[in-house]
Design a protein. Structure first.
Length: 588
């Protein structure tokens, strides 16, 4: 029998799970490491994307407060939070929602989640107070979706303590409807990743929430107290290992503005407990029903496959996305999703801790994955603690690239080990079009090379100029807004989907773009990256081509085809009705 990687992982399932208890007593974070691959000579090919941080000029001045600056006493201060691009007022321009934490001793007056309205001229206005979204607490993740199908995007935020559902009132304001929606926790929990999805295809968006650890400040150990509170011999905040694992939750939308917890009957509660983080819901086996992937920290990541009867089966190990290539747990944080090799299937890119490689998983189209980290050359980089990530076409050449942000969780460590700096650069892995990537940092512009302690990031086109920009959360400093000043004459097309029988946000829709003999898969997501939500308008770079064909697979099962669509424009498609006028879209 040939021992393939996936066969090995299947065989290692029993040993991996049986060792979980032992590993929970080991070092607080996953100890898996990977030696960096040798770097190849630079390709010498020009990279036309160039990123400049325009956050200050755009009016994004308020810092994202999150725990101590020089040191962290508890893991609560270290994980950070996400952000979102969303069009909350339906004017065709991406607005910005930024989460925030607070401090353990005396909350700063400027600590709050913030909503910024896009002024359509490259600047934003803080409308947090007017919108009713001011909140100063330990926020984690954000997911966006129109849960009540009224045509306006709603916001769900996870917190340490109590998650919150903000209903969009359609007049520029939001209301906290957590209690009336049936989403109040009986006891405080540490909400982590989240995603809206229509798991039962009834046209209403349901909600999946991961929970990180069971944690209380009153009973938490402090740096250096035990083996879970040291890293490379230096006392640091404790965990996640050594702390009780969280539980994942699935809430069914009842269609009347309320939700019911169906975690147990749906098979979610029975899965191996883990330190759940980012959640991605997408149809990974292409059977027309959404599956759920949860990146997990220092425990096996989880893949819930949809049984199409209201239940799920967890098959992360079996399908190759739970453990490292050698069958070991990793510090999974963020997840990018896209089609890097243009075979029409959605692949996954998962970020990890310092001294380990981020992992690229290739999907065979049936929801089985192979680890291609080495063969794709992604494994040349192991220096940083990595977080938000995306599989996105940054230079519009038709080949999706990789982008991720970095930042340490132990700010005190660099004083003794300067090679583990607290603030570190972002990174671009440019797709060379032959199933391999080339790492770029300085070449991609100062917005990539500048060092920050970052967490969440979101990808979108905030200035409507036809390329991908990046919004980034930086801990204890203002966010970054990386404007893509794209050179060259590469073409593109954007696709905005509006559900009718499907959920109005079209979350879970899968689109195949056909161009120049290639096929690229894309999907509408409620969360990816790290605790963040991207621009819902699907973006396809097309290189020098002037048209593309689209296959749209709607969440409720309808398949529609659109031929010879011209490039360099937004195409709005309504389920069953075809192309309709864009709402408010214009190019600068």
């Amino acid at each position: 029998m040939t021992l393939t990687r996936r066969t090995f992982v299947r065989l290692s399932l029993g040993s991996a799970i049986s060792m979980t208890a032992e590993r929970l007593l080991a070092q607080g974070v996953s100890t898996h490491t990977a030696k960096p691959l040798p770097r190849q000579a630079p390709s010498g090919r020009p990279f036309n994307a160039h990123f400049v941080d325009v956050a200050s000029a755009a009016g994004l001045h308020a810092p994202v407060i999150y725990g101590g600056v020089e040191s962290k006493k508890y893991i609560l201060e270290a994980t950070g939070c996400g952000c979102a691009f969303l069009d909350y007022d339906n004017d065709g321009w991406m607005d910005i929602f930024l989460l925030s934490g607070t401090r353990l001793e005396g909350a700063p007056v400027d600590a709050s989640n913030r909503l910024y309205k896009n002024n359509r001229d490259g600047t934003f206005t803080d409308v947090t107070e007017k919108a009713g979204l001011r909140a100063a607490d330990w926020a984690s993740a954000v997911c966006i979706g129109d849960y009540n199908n009224d045509g306006f995007e709603d916001i769900f935020c996870t917190y340490y303590g109590q998650n919150v559902l903000y209903r969009n009132n359609g007049d520029g304001t939001f209301s906290d409807v957590t209690k009336t929606a049936g989403l109040l926790n009986e006891q405080p929990r540490w909400g982590a990743g989240c995603s809206f999805l229509d798991y039962n295809r009834d046209g209403n968006l349901d909600l999946f929430v991961s929970n990180y650890v069971r944690f209380s400040i009153e009973h938490a150990p402090v740096p250096g107290e035990n083996t879970n509170c040291n890293w490379k011999g230096i006392p640091v905040e404790c965990g996640p290992r050594g702390l009780p694992t969280g539980k994942n939750s699935l809430y069914r939308n009842n269609g009347d503005g309320t939700f019911t917890d169906v975690s147990r009957p749906a098979g979610i509660a029975q899965a191996t407990q883990s330190y759940g983080m980012t959640v991605v819901a997408a149809d990974l086996d292409e059977d027309g029903w959404p599956d759920i992937y949860v990146a997990c920290d220092s425990t096996p990541s989880l893949l819930f496959m949809n049984n199409r009867d209201g239940t799920f089966r967890e098959e992360g190990v079996l399908r190759g996305v739970a453990l490292s290539d050698d069958g070991t747990e990793q510090a999974g944080m963020g997840v990018g999703i896209g089609d890097y090799d243009l075979d029409g299937h959605l692949d996954l890119f998962k970020t990890h801790f310092a001294d380990d490689a981020n992992v690229l998983y290739r999907n065979d189209g049936k929801g089985n994955f192979d680890d291609v980290t080495r063969t794709s050359r992604v494994g040349v980089e192991t220096r940083y603690v990595c977080w938000g990530a995306g599989i996105v076409d940054l230079d519009n050449d038709g080949h999706p690239d990789l982008f991720f942000v970095t930042g340490n969780v132990y700010p005190e460590v660099e004083r003794k080990l300067p090679q583990y700096a607290n603030k570190t650069p972002r990174a671009v892995f440019r797709n060379l079009g032959n199933h391999t990537f080339e790492e770029l940092i300085e070449v991609a512009g100062p917005g990539v090379a500048d060092a920050h302690c970052s967490r969440g990031c979101a990808f979108g086109d905030f200035d409507n100029d036809g390329d991908i920009d990046v919004l980034i959360v930086n801990l204890n400093e203002p966010p970054s807004l990386l404007r893509n000043d794209l050179g060259g004459k590469q073409n593109w097309i954007k696709v905005k989907l509006e559900g009718v029988k499907s959920n109005r946000s079209a979350i879970g829709a899968r689109v195949l773009a056909h161009y120049g003999g290639k096929t690229q898969a894309h999907t509408v997501l409620s969360q990816s990256s790290f605790y963040s939500c991207n621009d819902p308008r699907l973006h396809f770079g097309l290189g020098g081509l002037t048209s593309a064909d689209l296959d749209v697979y709607w969440p409720n099962g309808l398949h529609e085809t659109f031929k010879h669509l011209p490039t360099n424009q937004l195409i709005t498609l309504r389920e069953g009705a075809g192309r309709v006028p864009n709402r408010g879209w214009s190019k600068t």
